[in-house]
Design a protein around this ligand. Sequence first.
Ligand code: FES
Length: 106
Amino acid sequence: MALQYVTFCTVDELPSGSREVFDLETMSILLMNVNGTYYAVENMCSHEEYELHEGELDGCILECPKHSATFDIRSGEALTAPAFSPIRIFPVKVEGNDVQVGLNLD
Ligand code: FES
């Protein structure tokens, strides 16, 4: 599958410390700016189907608001129970003023 970078927002629209949810046809993606570095993850906990976007973010560790499982948003790795499977992550790059997320669109 070919990876295609899609513009989600501009750099100005997602300042450091902010996050935004983008709903695609097939999934919801949570895009975050952590001290100037962007991270994108599927906005869905791997424990039960619960959205992650309102979870506490401590550095790069995102806590699910439902049962408090934590995930490393750099790798998607599940760090604490009750989640054991990783969440999906997506590469992010900045092109000019655009923040782009790499998606397999085929
Ligand atoms: S739904 Fe996320 S920890 Fe249970």
